[in-house]
Design a protein. Structure first.
Length: 337
């Protein structure tokens, strides 16, 4: 263990990790799992009351503010982090405003149609959801009191939580010769170079299943990819006669991503990859009742399933996504004769 020591560079040729303050660590095998860092808004670095949510300390700081009696919560960004913070704060009795630059919340993750449903879920619970609006700045002395919007409107705020995405932690790899493009780009087996693998939020890899480069920001993926990357690394080392490896260690890493989110009394689950879908169809329940299953089609294949308070059907359709089922088969399962 070398705690409190920061890696500042990587020499792939000589297999050395360069350290802050000088020195290096030689390696035969390297696993890059440096994760990602939350994006911040300019002008908030020294302003009290503005938070991001990534670590346990972040969570405890937000909870301490709520326990201290704050009433007016502004959430910037309506992705999963922002939506969950908003739901939690609203359930606790706070006045909550969500500010989202896109026309629908969660549009990138769920598509516009289902993203709009998520927006209505928050409005059902009294959240002031403002879409298609940008944040121009913040007002207050040492502590935030208002958020100033692009149209110069001021929104009262006792606390602001910023959830506008993350940036992969690849700065230390600049100049290493490794491929960096919205993460550390690996091959389909998680290998970035001989003796170097990557996993988690920092890793980007080609998925044959979905036909594109993937980077998944979820701890479930980090666990599964970390295990796969470790076996892939052992296979590399085995080629040098240094260790053994399992027979399938060089197989492609190509899972069906899945996410879940608890908001109010709704459990939202997504399996597969909804981006770029040609069609979204509700096959069970009703979006008006906030209890449904929706399927995503790309070409003639089922590529994703979204469920709200319908966990059992999600398991069925997730299995179909895993084996690359045709769209017609998925519809037949949804509406059997």
């Amino acid at each position: 263990w070398r705690l409190g020591v920061r890696a500042t560079g990587l020499d792939v040729t000589s297999h050395r990790v360069l350290l802050a303050g000088g020195g290096d660590v030689p390696f035969d095998g390297l696993v890059v799992e440096t994760g990602a860092a939350p994006r911040e808004l300019p002008g908030t670095e020294t302003l009290a009351g503005v938070h991001t949510l990534r670590t346990l300390d972040d969570s405890l700081a937000i909870r301490a503010a709520l326990d201290g009696g704050v009433r007016r919560v502004v959430v910037v960004g309506a992705g999963f982090i922002g939506a969950e913070v908003a739901a939690t704060c609203r359930t606790a009795g706070c006045d909550v405003t969500i500010l989202e630059a896109l026309p629908v919340p969660l549009g990138r993750a769920l598509g516009d149609e289902m993203g709009a449903v998520m927006g209505e879920l928050h409005r059902d619970h009294g959240v002031d959801l403002r879409l298609g609006i940008g944040v121009a700045g913040f007002e207050g002395g040492d502590r935030v009191t208002h958020v100033r919007l692009a149209d110069d409107t001021l929104v009262d705020a006792d606390i602001v939580v910023v959830g506008i995405g993350v940036t992969p932690n690849t700065g230390w790899l600049e100049g290493s010769g490794l491929a960096l493009d919205d993460g550390l780009v690996c091959d389909a087996t998680t290998r970035a170079a001989p003796g170097v693998v990557a996993a988690g939020d920092v890793a980007r890899w080609p998925s044959h299943r979905f036909g594109e480069l993937m980077r998944v920001e979820h701890w479930d993926n980090a666990i599964a990819m970390g295990a796969h990357a470790a076996h892939r690394l052992l296979a590399d080392l085995a080629s040098f006669g240094r260790t053994g490896s399992r027979p399938d260690a060089t197989a492609a890493y190509d899972p069906v991503p899945w996410f879940w989110s608890d908001q109010y009394d709704r459990k939202i689950q997504l399996a597969g990859h909804s981006s770029g879908a040609d069609e979204v169809r509700v096959v069970d329940g009703s979006t008006d009742e906030r209890r449904f299953v929706a399927l995503y089609r790309r070409g003639d294949r089922l590529v994703g399933v979204l469920a709200m308070n319908r966990p059992r059907p999600l398991v069925t359709f997730r299995g179909l996504v895993e084996r690359g089922a045709a769209w017609d088969e998925a519809l037949a399962v949804a509406a059997p004769a």
